[in-house]
Ligand binder design. Structure first.
Ligand SMILES: C[S@@+](CC[C@H](N)C(=O)[O-])C[C@H]1O[C@@H](n2cnc3c(N)ncnc32)[C@H](O)[C@@H]1O
Length: 207
């Protein structure tokens, strides 16, 4: 079974399983969007799923959400009802259908460690991000060098139906030397889940 099929099956119960446990950490990770200055940012929510981030997206910016699974997007559409600042698209975060440097911020909540090729997903996020823009990440990552036999064994099954559990963020980041870690904080389950903010380097100013 592929991820699209399994998330089609998960869609009716996804919120029951994930919403309460992730609520506070989502709010914290998206807090910077509430800064009054600047307004009018273009924000991409990569792998928006059922739209659990939507209640945390303040008015004043333009939001684009993309996800592979129509059944998850149907739920996101319900959450976005009545808002004219959110567009939702079906698509693949490893091949984003957006222009280079289109977005000011890319939100990646529970997606980088889900996809089969996290480096490709991060490369794409970096491509569509303007220089100086930020990626707001939340996901589960192994620490470099961690043996983690349980999570590596679980990964043999879970990667096909829900998520990878063997992703080392520091390995993924090697794909994108222009992205710099601004903050890295333990979020849930003893630091297995982390909140990270990455910033895309700006080109040097030539005199
Ligand atoms: C664990 S859920 C996270 C959803 C949401 N970001 C959240 O925080 O609740 C993973 C989501 O990634 C989507 N997904 C999996 N592979 C994808 C891909 N290659 N491109 C876009 N979305 C994908 C699934 O359909 C699912 O909605």
């Amino acid at each position: 079974m592929g991820l699209k099929q399994s998330y089609t099956l998960f869609a009716p119960i996804y919120d029951l399983l994930i919403a309460a446990a992730s609520e506070a950490v989502r709010a914290e990770n998206l807090k910077s969007l509430h800064d009054p200055d600047p307004q009018g940012l273009e924000v991409l929510i990569a792998g928006i799923g059922s739209g659990l981030d939507i209640p945390h997206l303040p008015a004043g910016h333009l939001y684009t959400g993309i996800d592979l699974t129509p059944a998850m997007l149907d739920r996101a559409r319900l959450r976005a009802a009545g808002r004219n600042d959110i567009e939702l698209h079906e698509g693949d975060v490893m091949a984003l259908p957006y222009a280079d440097e289109q977005f000011d911020i890319v939100v990646m909540h529970l997606i980088l460690a889900v996809v089969p090729q996290p480096q490709q997903a991060l490369r794409e996020a970096s491509r569509v991000l303007r220089p100086g823009g930020r990626i707001l990440l939340l996901d589960k990552f192994l620490r470099p060098g961690a043996r983690a036999p349980l999570r590596r064994t679980l990964n043999l099954f879970s990667r096909h139906i829900a998520t990878r559990t063997d992703v080392v963020f520091e390995e993924v980041l090697k794909c994108c030397p222009g992205l710099n870690v601004q903050s890295d904080q333990a979020a849930l389950l003893g630091g297995w889940f982390r909140r990270l903010e990455l910033r895309k380097e700006e080109p040097p100013v030539t005199p």
